[in-house]
Design a protein around this ligand. Structure first.
Ligand SMILES: [Zn+2]
Length: 193
């Protein structure tokens, strides 16, 4: 028993690396061991109070297993696989797949080449932001302001030639496209989370 414990203690990096991504590899290799390694939802600083509150069981009944994993457990779909990655429409809105709230207009979508739907802005008040310190990075998580459903992350100042130079990097499965809406983009600076 003693020798097994010693062996485990001597190989903590291998244990971590076996269960995490290449990004985590960078983090483990460059950070001090005194800093805790964060995973998924435990590290979200979610300070918002959302109007729509459902229990876990109610969400599971309402959503597919994959939708639940992404929307309610901060999951991410694989790059390049989402229904809306290459979807461009003249008009319409992308609504939250959890609660139907309009989040993005079709004319906010742009081709980022990142493998997920990308929007340079959101419908005013539709999106809230949380600091996300999972995977050894500090990113800004974006969630539906009505139900708190995880949409993805927002990155700013990357140099895209768009009105805001922000990139809302969103999972397709978090969205549902409504082609009938006439909502249009109203201009930058009108989305303060
Ligand atoms: Zn929602």
């Amino acid at each position: 028993m003693l020798s097994r414990s010693v062996q485990l203690l001597s190989k903590p990096r291998n244990l971590v690396l076996a269960s995490t991504s290449a990004l985590a590899l960078t983090y483990v290799a460059t950070s001090s061991s005194s800093r805790p390694f964060h995973l998924s939802t435990a590290s979200m600083s979610n300070k918002h109070n959302f109007p729509l509150k459902l229990s876990e069981g109610e969400w599971r009944a309402k959503l597919s297993p994959e939708q639940f994993r992404v929307l309610r457990e901060q999951g991410t779909e694989r790059a390049g696989t989402g229904e809306y990655d290459q979807h461009f429409a003249g008009k319409g809105v992308y609504e939250c797949a959890g609660c139907g709230t309009p989040l993005y207009t079709a004319d906010m979508k742009f081709k980022s080449g990142c493998g997920w739907p990308a929007f340079f802005d959101a419908i005013p008040g539709a999106i809230k932001e949380n600091v996300d310190r999972s995977w050894g990075m500090e990113r800004v998580e974006i969630v539906c302001a009505n139900c708190g459903g995880h949409q993805g992350h927002v990155f700013k100042g990357e140099g895209y030639d768009t009105p805001t130079d922000a990139r809302h990097c969103v999972n397709s499965i978090s969205l549902r496209f409504n082609p009938k809406s006439e909502l249009k983009y109203q201009g930058p600076g009108k989305n303060k989370a």
